[in-house]
Structure formats: C-alpha cells, structure tokens
Design a protein around this ligand. Structure first.
Ligand SMILES: [Zn+2]
Length: 365
C-alpha cells in the first residue's frame, strides 16, 4: 500500500517538472510536446498516475485521485494560458506585420537614350559648351539652303524629308521666302532632318565665338528596320572662332570618345563629303567588341563608324553673315541611338522605342 506522503512527493515532483518545461516552451510545437508528455492517453505521465489509482485501497484512492486530478487540471489550465499568450503575439489575419522585411518594389530607371544624351550633355557642359535644342518643325532655309544645299542641290536626296503643309506661324519666314522657287515655297516647311539647322539659327543671332551643343529629335522618311526609325535623336556640336583648326576638332572628338567609350578607344578620321563642311570626315572608333583586331560586329575592319564631322564650309559662314576670312570652325554630329547601340551592344534600334520592360530593365539604375 503506497504511503500518501510518498504519493504527494511524486505529484509535486511532476508539477515541478512541468513548470520547468513550460517556462521554456515558446512555440505551438513545444506546447504540443508538453501536452503529449504529461497528458497523452497512452504515455502521459499524469495519465500513468491515474491508471495507478485502481491498485490503491479505497481511502487512498480518493485522496490520491483528488491530488492527481488537481494536478491534471492545473497542467491543462497552464497549457491553455500559454497557448492564449502565444496567440496574442501573433498578428490577426489580414493585419500588416511590420516586422517583416519590405517586399522589393519595381524601380523605374532612366531610358538608355536619355542616359547617353545626359552623359553627352554633361561632357560638353564641362568643356564650356552652351546646350540648346531648337525647333523640330523647321524651315527649308535653315535645314537645307543656308547649309549650302540650295533647292537643286543633289545632297538633298541624301535625306528623305517629311514636309508639312502649314507654314510656320510667327517664324522668321519672310526674309528668304522670296528667294525660293514657288514649288519650294509651298513645300518649304518640314520636320528637321538634322540638328544642323540650329547652327544657322544660332549663328544668325549671335556673333562668334560659338561653342554650342544641339541635342534633339530629327525626322526622316525611313521605314522601321534594324538601324532606322522615322524619328530619332541627334546631337550636333559647333565651334567657331579665330584660329580653330582640324586639330581642335580631333582633340574634341578624342575627349568625347574617351569619356563615352573608355580611354582605350582609338579615333580615326576618314575623308568624306558633307555640303556644309570642307574638308569633311567620317569618324571611326576602334571596335568595342574586338578591340580592333576584327570581328563580326565591325565587319572585320576593326573600326566602327560613329559620326560625321568637318570644318565649317565658307558658304555657311557667308549665309549667316560671318567673315570666312576671319573665323573658322568645326562641326560634328551623330545619332544618340547609334551611340547607345555601340555603348550597350544593342543590335536593333527598334528596341529603344518598344518600351518592353524586359529590355529596359537590363540597363543600370
Ligand atoms: Zn570588331
């Protein structure tokens, strides 16, 4: 027959064990393990004590039974309290958990063409150039005639022009209108085919020295393909002053190329023809893909053509009222798309205008 004093100590030992275990229980899983350990029907230690009751004499059974049932009730209550406390620390369904790390939001980024344009503007600003845009709807006079391309000039065929029906309202139209043949007058308002038109507007307004950069949109009657769009962007540089030489042009081009493409990029000038420059030169840089040894990108020449340039033609100076005996100058221009294609290795100009997020996301923030 068990001694009630010993039975009481068994119960108190069990209670102490339970309290110690409960104090370190911090999760649903811990509570489930505790419940199994003390209360499980098969192997719980409290259940084992209750099973033991049957072997006790009637009076001991009553006293011992009350003690075990009290312990069982205390354990159940303690487990329920702890479970409720754990639930309180959890956010209710649908609430915002402010302790979670933030979900990454998609970030907008600058368009690759705008990046190149801003980089070019930054380079020229540091070299002391003034930056201006000029009108996209232009007069034949500024776009062609004053740039040494009179109405019958064959060089006009080099550019498929988009003409407008409406004349420019409030423009400086009348002064040269009389000089144009009637057919040309009717078709003399156009979308500028190059930013060079702004050379004339600027020089007609300001005396030398001139140091300007003209970025902006230009338009040609081209169909969309890998390298053409009807609207694209150019930038054009013009420098005029006393004693400006071809060496100044080459030095400026090298500074630009080294900033845009890296200090190892080589620059080469090839003789060419433009009506508004003499001499004229196409400018190549050493191929960015192969470093100049020859590859598919550069058609195995080692060089990539990047822009057109030259010394300002005396006829242009005469058209704007500058004295070609006193001043000289250089000009160069190119497509911003072409720069971006070379810089980023893009082989299809249309990608710049399709706004496909998968394409745009490949450029750095
Ligand atoms: Zn190459």
């Amino acid at each position: 027959m068990p001694d009630p004093a010993i039975d009481r100590s068994i119960i108190e030992t069990l209670r102490a064990n339970f309290r110690a275990r409960l104090s370190s229980a911090a999760s649903d899983r811990d509570l489930k393990a505790l419940t199994d350990e003390f209360l499980s029907r098969k192997s719980g230690s409290v259940t084992a004590l209750l099973k033991h009751l049957g072997s006790l004499p009637a009076d001991a059974k009553r006293e011992f039974g009350q003690l075990v049932n009290t312990l069982k009730g205390d354990i159940e209550t303690a487990l329920a309290d702890r479970r409720a406390a754990l639930d309180d620390t959890r956010a209710p369904a649908g609430a915002v958990d402010v302790t979670l790390p933030a979900r990454e939001l998609p970030m907008g980024r600058m368009h690759p063409l705008m990046r190149v344009r801003q980089q070019v503007e930054d380079i020229f600003t540091r070299m002391g150039y003034e930056i201006l845009e000029g009108p996209e709807v232009e007069e034949d006079y500024y776009n062609f005639e004053a740039l040494n391309m009179p109405p019958d000039h064959p060089a006009r065929d080099m550019q498929d022009t988009l003409y407008l029906d409406a004349p420019i309202i409030g423009g400086t139209w009348g002064a040269h209108r009389g000089a144009l043949p009637e057919a040309q007058v009717r078709a003399a308002t156009l979308l500028r085919t190059h930013t060079s038109a702004m050379q004339i507007r600027y020089m007609k307004t300001f005396k030398p020295p001139v140091r300007i950069l003209v970025p902006g949109r230009v338009y040609r009657r081209d169909n969309l393909d890998l390298t053409h769009t009807p609207m694209f962007q150019q930038f054009e540089a013009l420098v005029v002053g006393e004693g400006i030489t071809l060496a100044d042009l080459k030095g400026t081009l090298e500074a630009l190329v080294h900033e845009l493409f890296g200090a190892d990029a080589k620059v080469r000038l090839r003789p060419s023809f433009f009506p508004y420059t003499e001499p004229s030169a196409e400018v190549d840089i050493s191929c960015r893909a192969c470093g100049g040894s020859g590859c598919g990108v550069c058609k195995h020449t080692g060089w990539l053509e990047i822009l057109g340039s030259g010394m300002v033609h005396p006829a242009v100076f005469e058209a704007v009222g500058y004295d070609p005996e006193k001043v000289t100058g250089f000009a160069f221009g190119t497509g911003i798309e072409r720069m971006a294609m070379l810089k980023y290795g893009v082989d299809d100009i249309r990608l710049f205008y399709e706004n496909d997020i998968r394409f745009l996301e490949q450029f750095p923030l």
